[in-house]
Design a protein around this ligand. Sequence first.
Ligand code: PEP
Ligand code: MG
Length: 841
Amino acid sequence: AVQNNPHTTLVTPTAPIANDTHGGRAKCLQRLVRLELPVPRTVALSFDAVQRIARGEMPDIAAIVSQFPNGALLCVRPSSEDPDWGGPGAVLNIGMNEARFTALAERLGDAAARAIYTRFVENYAVDVARLDPDVFEDVEGDGPDGLAEALRAYEAELEEPFPGDPAEQLAAVLKSMARAWDGTSARLLRQAKGAPVDAGLGLVVQEMALGLGHGECGSGLLQLVDGETGLPQITGRYLSQSQGRDALAANAAALYLGRDPRGPSLEELAPDAFRALKSHAELMRVKLREEMQVEFVIENGQLFILDGVRVARSSQASVRIAVQLAEDKIISRAEALMRVQPRTLSELLHRQISPLAKRDVIGRGIAASPGAATGHIVFTAAEAQASAARGDPCILVRRETSPEDIRGMHAAHAVLTERGGITSHAAVIGRGIGLPCVVGASNIRFSPSKKQLVARDGRVFAAGEIITIDGSSGQVLAGAPKMREAALDESFQKLMEWASDHCDIGIRANADTPADAQTARNFDAQGIGLCRTEHMFFEPGRLTVMREMIFAETSEDRRAVLERLLPMQRADFTQLFRIMEGRPVCIRLFDPPLHEFLPTDRARQRELAEALDLPLSDVTRRIDSMSEYNPMLGLRGVRLGVTVPEIYEMQARAIFEATIAASAEGLVVVPEIMIPLVSARREVELVKTFIDAVAAAVRTELDQPFDYRLGVMVETPRAALRAAEIAPHCAFLSFGTNDLTQMTYGLSRDDAGRFMSDYVQQGVFPEDPFHVLDTDGVGELLKLGAERGRAAQPDVTLSICGEHGGNPESISFCRDAEFDYVSCSPFRVPVARLAAAQLAI
Ligand code: PEP
Ligand code: MG
């Protein structure tokens, strides 16, 4: 009956068993049976059968029992579709009763028989009859009275004798496990792990391999790699005279497996069984095409394989295992690429809090730049620099950061801000330089004046105290949890090379400084997609010159300051071209929200007055006169280029002179110049005219030819809508999705952090649109802009350079819309490349 019933099937090489009908364990056992491994006889119950059992419709128990040798003990184990979804605990030794006890005692000895029976009574009482485990607290498993005590305890609690009929026991076990799967907490637990609402449970009924008795008996687990590093290393434990997972119990005097410096091993104790076990595990690796953890039992020297599950692994190990399987030709390179989650890579690129560490969370914000760092709290950039000079790691804590904090950010190990969202200054800079960063931590109270933070539970953290920032989760933690180092090993490099072979969309990096560009090159970015030139002025010496320029009242004054900026910019660009070795470099002309460059507090304003040799009142008056109600929608980007063309002229000249200098070194450089915040065709025409004039002048003055490509950043809704009239003037259109998201939603990118989590929690937005591209709204503008631009100018290069550029979802969108490349922060380049490769496979 069992063989003919697809819902209650003996596991044979040909039985109709699948992951989605009988669960992963049943399927895996069938594979092991096909490999002719010594698997105890097994019957698999389908999801359907188990569902019916939960409703009280029992299968033919006698038919199941008849599949096993007379008198055999059985165990039942869960078989969910994905082993991660869990399931009820296994019940072992089903079928024990007085008669079998007597028989077993003869065969295995009295102590072993007692231990098996006692374990079953307890297991059954707790998991099936739902008694409190405390009832058995004092029972000694293999002691002479333990069994009697356990039976007495059971009968006293339930006021009925312990069931002796094996079929009745099995039916009760099946029913109890089927019902446990429907329990609320089990359901919530698996749904949290990604299981669908209607996830099914299969069960496997297996003949027990006992692990107790005469000769060498025991149970254990083995795997061929270390789950933490992914390196080949026989790992596992074995415990003589044991069952189930006894060998893993913390206080068990278990053996290691292969020869092990930590202590005696199975290899020494039972070399033949160990050799067979190792060769079975190697066969499983090859045939199941995965690193497996093998559960085994030795019964009087004879080996049984009970199960295999995918080895649990860290991010680093997941890359190493996938690459090694491909290197050994067990899986293809494409499959290795598919097996690594892009997000896993971003964990590898940064230090992380160890998954085993205790987390004392004192608050949380937006996870703005991944990685974790520990240090003592400082409240100013100057203190961060002083701390770095002493070699003391620190965390820079600010309400929000501004260009003045750049040096401090470089000096700090992480940054925490009260305000801001995923595209705020701190977040953008943090990602650019690979600095862990949490922004918008509004549930922590920031008191810079008192130099303290007040956690949500009232604890106070003063300057100098140690905290940890987890920029991957957004958590702020007290103290110094254990860390795991970044791991850019050979496997990572190989995986990246294979990804490049499959990638069919370009991946560039957003890089502002030579250091960023070097990181981009190290990750093999195909060019720079966005160099935000205003970030080049964030160094203290330059900041003052920049401020002088902003303060200049006349065109002559301004030109004089620009003459001093020109050589600095020329040197910057020459260096970028050098580092990128002829790969494209897209330089965006100055796009300041000007206010970001001006000091807001009195002390700094006084410093500026001193540096400019002006009365303080002049400085404050000028700052007031330039203040805007809405600077992000004010005199920014091309609007500055149109009204104060000298700045763009200086930058164009610096770019062209650097082009000639780099070309003289043998590089082929065709710079790309990008105009920010365009909303009208005329803006492009005006800027193009004077940049062409600068190009002509430089060509004549230096008597050197060069080409350049001029393009437009599409980051206002109007530029996207009017792409047809803008594109004919440009070689490329690059979508700036940060501003485009801000303007499409009418949502300030610097302030949205305050309420974004409420919005996401209440389902108003599915995700923070500054983080995950809003393909419906902003995406429609991208599509429109791309279509209209391309129709008017078929050769136009299309790309995206907002913070979304590195997200797998946005990359998929850009591939579908046939964009030429995406550009993202340097540390996201590997993630983007893997995601793009996976989309292409
Ligand atoms: C953008 O707006 O998407 C962009 C890349 O520019 P920024 O973030 O510098 O405004
Ligand atoms: Mg922008």
